[in-house]
Design a protein around this ligand. Structure first.
Ligand code: MG
Length: 253
C-alpha cells in the first residue's frame, strides 16, 4: 500500500518477513566482522561475506546492483561508502566499514557498521562511538507522529555537538521490496519537516560521519566515495520498522 507521498506502509505479514531478513543479516554482519584481521584483503572479506550469505540461503542484494562487483561495500579509513572489494590489505590502526544487504523472500534488509583493526587511535574510537550513537539518536525519532526530518535533525545535532560532520551527498532510504524506496532520509536538516511518520514504514537509517569536511568525491572506479580532505569517515546503518510500540531495529544482532 502506498500513501500520498509514496512511502509504502508494510503489513504485519511483510514486517514479519523483514524481521526474519534483519535477523539473518545481523548474524551475517557479526560473523563478517569477526573475519576482519590485519593482512586480509578487502576482496577476501567479500569472499567470506558471499559464503556467509549463501550458507543462510539468502541472496546478496548488492552484487550486480548497478553492476557493483561485490557482496559487501568495504570502505577503509578515508573511504566513506561504496568501497569496492580489492587487493587493499587491512592494516592495524585502520577503520573498516562493512555495508551488507540481503534479499530474503523478496524483501531487502540493509545494515552497516564500522570497526577498528587492532588498536586504533583515540580520535578514531571517538568517531566510531559518535557515529554509532548518532544512529541511535536518529532511530529514537523514528516514531509514528514525528516528522521525517526529526530523524535527520537528531543525527546532525549530535554529530556536530561532537565536532564531526555529516555527509550530505548520500542519505538513508525507505526499504522493502526494493533496496531503495521513498523517502530519502538525510542525516541533516531542521526538525519538524517532511512527511509524518506512520506505523508500518520501514527505513534504512545510515549516518555517514567525517572527522573533517563533510564534502566527498567519487574515485575513478565510479563507486568508491572518499572524503575530499582525506580524513577518516565512519558509517553505521540499521533497518528499522516503525511500530505501535516505537522503533523496532530489525537488524540488531
Ligand atoms: Mg542503505
Amino acid at each position: 500500500m502506498k500513501t500520498a507521498n509514496s512511502i509504502s506502509i508494510k503489513t504485519a505479514q511483510e514486517i514479519a518477513i523483514l524481521r526474519d531478513a534483519g535477523k539473518i543479516l545481523a548474524e551475517i554482519s557479526e560473523d563478517l566482522k569477526r573475519s576482519l584481521r590485519e593482512g586480509i584483503t578487502t576482496r577476501e572479506v567479500d569472499q567470506v561475506a558471499e559464503k556467509l550469505i549463501r550458507q543462510r540461503a539468502v541472496v546478496p542484494a548488492f552484487k550486480g546492483y548497478r553492476d557493483f562487483p561485490g557482496c559487501v561495500c568495504i570502505s577503509v579509513n578515508e573511504e566513506v561508502v561504496h568501497g569496492v572489494p580489492s587487493n587493499r590489505l587491512l592494516r592495524a590502526g585502520d577503520i573498516v566499514s562493512l555495508d551488507v544487504g540481503i534479499i530474503h523472500k523478496e524483501y531487502y534488509s540493509d545494515t552497516a557498521l564500522t570497526v577498528g583493526i587492532g588498536t586504533i587511535r583515540d580520535a578514531l574510537k571517538k568517531l566510531l562511538d559518535v557515529t554509532s550513537q548518532s544512529l541511535d539518536k536518529g532511530i529514537e525519532q523514528a516514531r509514528a507522529g514525528n516528522h521525517l526530518s526529526d530523524i535527520s535533525h537528531a543525527i546532525q545535532t549530535f554529530v556536530e555537538a561532537n565536532h564531526f560532520s555529516v555527509v550530505r551527498d548520500f542519505v538513508g532510504h525507505g526499504i522493502g521490496k526494493s533496496l531503495h524506496e521513498d523517502p530519502e532520509i538525510p542525516n541533516f536538516g531542521p526538525a519538524h519537516n517532511g512527511p509524518i511518520l506512520k506505523e508500518g514504514m520501514v527505513f534504512a537509517i545510515e549516518p555517514m560521519v567525517n572527522m573533517g569536511t563533510w564534502q566527498t568525491k567519487i574515485l575513478e572506479d565510479g563507486w568508491t566515495v572518499v572524503t575530499q580532505d582525506g580524513a577518516a569517515s565512519a558509517h553505521f546503518e540499521h533497518t528499522v520498522a516503525i511500530t505501535a510500540k516505537g522503533p523496532e531495529i530489525l537488524t540488531r544482532a
